[in-house]
Write a protein that binds this ligand. Sequence first.
Ligand code: IVH
Length: 671
Amino acid sequence: MKRMDAEKRLAELRQILAEHAHRYYVLDDPLISDGEYDRLFQELLQIEEKYPDWVTPDSPSQRVGGAVLDKFEQVEHRIPMLSLENGFDDQDLRDFEERLLRYLRREEPLSYMAEPKLDGLAVELVYEEGVFVLGSTRGNGIVGEDITAQLKTVSSIPLRLQNSSISRLEVRGEVFMEHSGFAALNEQRAQEGEPLFANPRNAAAGSLRQLDPKITARRPLRFFVYGVSQPSLTGCTDQQKMFSFLADLGLPVNAHIRYCPDIETVIKRLAELTAMRHDLPYEIDGMVVKVNDFSLQERLGAKARAPRWAIACKFPAVQATTQIMSVEFQVGRTGAVTPVASLVPVDVGGVIVSRATLHNGEEIERKDLHLGDTVLIQRAGDVIPEIVKAVPEKRPAGAQVITMPERCPVCDHRLEKPEGEAVTRCPNPHCPAQRLRALVHFCSKSGLDIDGMGKKSVEQLFALKLIQDLPDVFLLQYEKLASLDGWGEKSAHKLLEALEDAKKPSLSRFLAALGIRYVGEVTAALLERTFKSLEQFIAASEADLLAIEGIGEQAARSIAEYNDDPSVQQMFARFREAGVHPQIAVQSEEKLPLSGEVLLFTGTLKLLSRNEAKKLVKENGGQITSGVTKKMTCLVAGEKAGSKLKKAEKLGKKILSEEEFLQMLKGEAAE
Ligand code: IVH
């Protein structure tokens, strides 16, 4: 074939193959036989082999899985991937609507979309000029992992969208494995002596987390889309229209999604889905309900982790009965004492359960639990199994009621239970259990991720009093380590190297490692985005913290109290002396029009809703504050602006009209 003919034929083949793949994998309605498809595919491979320069990222040949990766790169989601609040029954759905109507100050009922809640893994797919360029896991919602090569092997994910006119579209959806594919995979693994996956969800997660995409390519993964990061870019006005829009682009949309004109229809749909749950070829663990209208979604906005306009109604959990053998009281990082029951091991929906949390003293009382009780336990998704209730008829004679201890099982300090709180705590900050837990967390994967400082090593070094407080970790010495039981020159050397690396963690990793109450990965990432150094973080007041979108009152108070504690200040000084210097990641926001700006909106806006305005600020690298503070750089004054405007004028702050604010977003400096 001549060069020009080959080029033309290659383009033609890509088009034909993409169309057939769409019919086969997305519409489940093939037009040609598998043999015919293979023949066309082989023809494409031959041309690409002859002209390797012509291979494009969206060619069907790119699905088979390319080079093996060293590791997964991190990807920051431009718009955070939120999670959902949970509900369980009809009443939760009615309460959900009531909350929405109250928030919207509205009386007419709302309409919704009801979608099966697929039990797989949330992913984001980025299409630029219609071509799939980046795929990532949800991760902690803010930062995920780049699994583009792995996702390209999923046949129902289009490598190119049909007729997309949007320059960059970020779609979100769920990758999952069907029951049949899961069974076949496990059967094959059994034959090969490989460990089996516990459920299709784990199998899907394990398959996507393969550094070698060729392995992923052999796993029967599927994908359904359920949303986009910025619906306003699609020109659609509601979720229902967006599903048609996404389907027209060639993306797979689940067939059991329904429009519901009111909440009672949603409730009926929940019953239908619950009934058909076990007849579907894949696992669903509930139904997701979303307010249909995008402008209402916009007005409703989101809380820290989940939007107000959606709820996940979970199906009842899998249950089993067993017996309580004994109870142990564990002291956590923050001093909370948690009762944990040892159970006679039992199979709950395919997983062997031998322990269950009893939560706290009030829960034990409420459920009237005794040692030796026969209990109903349940497992919901990945959550730690819990005891639903005791079966008193089966209680052995003379069984002892379970009670919370009065003294700490570790340091013997008197325990406290503050009025109105359910949790019993050991108030002794020097309690060895708390210190040890804090150290374990500090070194763990969710902390500084120090190689060689797993739970066992930390426990050993703690027992030997080589480490007692967090900064001690960085003062460990080679000679001491090398001479310890189970250690040698090599492991001591390796640990010191790992410690050297750990001295420059990102600020967010460092803050999450400290184990401050209410500061997990997500909050720590928000803090890093806001503060430009550890010193700035330490100096932040409760009001500064509260001004950060996504940080609530409890977290703000807890952080402020933490930073005010003199022993914490001393600890920070010891970290500095040990050479620990948290780093700020260079953020792309630096280049954005509102980088470094802290804005406050006041008065009535004419063009934007408050939520839209806030979103624009965040998307353009700025921050929002709720009061006229020193930190505030700029006030956007709408109509009827009052005292805040006066105060800002007095302080000589930059003041913009709504129009000037919009101009600023275009990168035009306002005077
Ligand atoms: S919407 C802001 N729709 O459920 C909206 N999620 O608990 C966030 N999921 O992380 C998600 N099916 O992995 C949405 N039809 C659906 C879904 C769905 C499954 C998962 C998703 C998400 C989790 C939230």
